[in-house]
Design a protein around this ligand. Structure first.
Ligand SMILES: [Cu+2]
Length: 450
């Protein structure tokens, strides 16, 4: 196959060309907005941060913090809030060791988060620097039909090199998204999507101290390739929060007792039951805005369906709390599917014979798959440009997760607005599960068999 290096280089070229933006300068991915969103230390190596352009301060809301992402600057022009999106090819890193030529907006996937306030009149330019046409659809936003961004139905497609303008007044609040409605199977599979947060005009009765947001997505980036495969329907390799995999996803940091909101949107091809440890949170909102408080309900897992948004809120409790999709294959990175089940199979006689054909072959999986992460850590080589199936190392050993997994890190001594990764939690004495025996016949537990 003549994939890869040439296309990667083409991608780099396209990104370089995109440095001259008509209205606003593009910002690199993984930056945060100086002033409103302080820089964050990486959870582990590779979550590289670079500065993003400043966003004017609206003053009427606590700015959303987009995990590993950034917020699109705007400017006022005769009472209209103007934004400028650029659809373009980029080189994106899912985590250290896995890069691909993707499509996104203004240099990143997801594109920058758009934030505005109910009642604002917005004017959003879309410049198409792709080599095929596109449009942009404002998912969940109430607007005139002709602003809905459906290529062929509500507007002509935006041809390569063209700029279109969308203009409307925001008549609602809530967590929304934007994405193309042109060749969307391909364009979304390559990463074209972003968040569109509309804050309520009247301040919320229960104010949040931290407001996080991310999009769920899946990618068919097969090992040894450098471009996601848009034709895949089920066998995806990478499952991401804001186009990043654990442990390269930012932690959600808070101070004990702070009210935290997490906004989640799903533009992947699966539904995701997102689960938070440590609290019973309240499901409080969606595309339909912050629901009336009588509709809030306690949950520990919320299914975020394809095309849906869900907002959850909770009072932060100290600790390192897992926050992840509950589909076990979605907290994995690239792995083989449909492989023989080797659990319980003694392969010792086979290993030497296979090595005659495949030097370095290692029989695996007799007692489970956890050993994969040890092999990776020990330096066992895998295919190029892919990530091990299990990743993440914690204070007690391998975390054995990848994909849609990150940590909510709550500490007593964080300053308001400090998003710095505080490292791992120092548990109070006597509050960590501990070993009492290494004898498998320990105690007399009731058992139905044996
Ligand atoms: Cu999932």
């Amino acid at each position: 196959m003549s994939v890869t290096r040439r296309k990667l280089l083409m991608g780099v070229g396209a990104t370089a060309i995109a440095q001259a933006l008509p209205i606003f300068r593009p910002a690199p991915a993984h930056g945060q907005t100086p002033g409103t969103q302080p820089q964050q230390a990486p959870l582990s190596s590779g979550s590289q941060k670079t500065s993003a352009p400043p966003v004017p301060h609206d003053g009427r809301y606590v700015p959303v913090r987009t995990l590993n992402g950034w917020t699109l600057p705007w400017r006022m022009n005769n009472g209209v809030k103007e934004f400028h999106l650029v659809a373009e090819e980029i080189v994106h890193e899912f985590g250290p060791g896995s890069k691909a030529t993707c499509w996104g907006y203004n240099g990143s996937t997801p594109g920058p988060t758009i934030e505005a306030v109910e009642g604002d009149r917005v004017r959003i330019f879309l410049t198409n620097r792709l080599k095929e046409h596109t449009t942009v659809h404002w998912h969940g936003v109430i607007l005139p039909a002709g602003m809905d961004g459906i290529g062929g139905l509500t507007q002509p497609h935006i041809q390569p090199g063209e700029t279109y303008v969308y203009e409307y007044t925001l008549v609602q609040h809530g967590t929304h998204m934007y994405h193309p409605h042109a060749d969307e199977m391909t364009q979304m599979a390559y990463g074209m999507m972003g968040l569109f947060i509309i804050h309520p005009r009247r301040p919320e009765r229960l104010k949040v101290d931290r407001d996080y947001a991310f999009l769920l997505h899946n990618w068919a980036l097969h090992p040894g390739t450098w471009r996601p495969d848009p034709s895949i329907m089920t066998e995806f390799d990478l499952w991401t929060f804001n186009s990043r995999v654990f442990p390269a996803i930012d932690p959600l940091v808070a101070r004990t007792g702070e009210r935290v909101r997490i906004r989640m949107g799903n533009l992947s091809m699966w539904n995701h039951p997102i689960h938070l440890h440590g609290v019973e949170y309240l499901e409080t909102g969606s595309d339909g805005g912050r629901w009336p408080e009588s509709m809030w309900r306690r949950e520990v897992t919320s299914i975020v369906g394809v095309g849906q948004m869900r907002d959850i809120e909770f009072s932060a409790v100290p600790g390192d709390w897992a926050f992840h999709c509950h589909m076990a294959h979605h907290t994995m990175n690239a792995m083989g599917h449909g492989i023989p089940n080797t659990t319980g199979v003694d392969q010792s006689g086979v290993e030497a014979r296979v090595r005659e054909m495949l030097p370095g072959y290692m029989a695996m999986g007799r007692n489970g798959m956890a050993e994969h992460q040890d092999h990776t850590t020990a330096g066992m080589p895998g295919p190029v440009n892919t990530l091990p199936m299990l990743m993440g190392i914690g204070p007690f050993g391998n975390i054995e997760m990848g994909g849609m997994f990150t940590l909510v890190k709550v500490r007593d001594d964080l300053a308001a607005g400090d998003y710095t990764d505080p490292g791992f939690y120092a548990h109070p004495e006597g509050t960590v599960a501990s070993r009492v025996s290494d004898d498998p016949n320990f105690g007399a537990p009731p058992r139905r068999h044996g």
